[in-house]
Design a protein around this ligand. Sequence first.
Ligand SMILES: [Ca+2]
Length: 305
Amino acid sequence: MSLFKMYKKVWFSIQVIILVTQLYIVKVSSDIGPDTVIYQLFTRKNVNEAYILQLNNFSLLEQSNYNKSLPTKIFAHGWGGFPDQGYSSKDEYLLQEDCNFISVDWSVLAEGDHVTVSLINVPIAGAATGAFVDFLIGQGTPLSAFHLIGFSMGAHVVGNAGAAVASGILPRITGLDPASDDFPLDSIDNRLDTTDAFFVDIIHTYVAFVNMTGHADFYPNGGLIQAGCPVPDLECCNHCRVVDLYAESINSPLGFNAFQCDSWENYQNGDCQENVNTLMGEPVSINVRGSFFLATNRESPFAQG
Ligand SMILES: [Ca+2]
């Protein structure tokens, strides 16, 4: 084959790839509507039955129990998941204090192969959720009221949301074992990172997702394998444990006390007991930085104090 013919063939292939990509994006975009990402609102007045909120829908907000003077917690579920992944945290938060607990339902976008969901749908759900935060701020909620929490790929949904908020920098985002497949560390645009909020705390519970980092990173039981989980782990024991730990942290009488440390090995050797310590999860000190280790029980209640 002549060089010219080869050049033409390569150029044609590139054109086809560009066209298919454009058609795909147009198709995805045309499917995006007010129902694509919806927001389930719970408060102490409606602990079990959600009000459905939508971006820029003033009447739905007006008719709901949303209270702009309360803290607003926003939880995003993971890949292939549903908003009920946040319900254990919702129940604990509403036990602790009256607040607006909003579970992001991006399940329509969370379905499908994880490459498409990661590269195309997570940014869409994140941008929508960032715009939703701006919408609530436009209705009188102070920026300081917000705390976003996301599990697995949902951590990157709330990361993208934090980056998309136009009203300012969010105070806090919590990543619960953020997914790392398809979220390259050298690109912060598509993933949760420390530019997305003033304080980003991350809890790691599974070996596959150990590389994402925030301002403070917590490694229960070393962050690779969780106490009491079977080997092989066929039912999301290690990865999903993070949701249970976080929910328990909200009202735990003992708390998950964690010590700054270089490694699980050093922690286990007792080399870090004099280091800076803080509680993991909801009551974390937002001033701490670095890596923190702790041990947990094998089953609920997990906290050892
Ligand atoms: Ca980011």
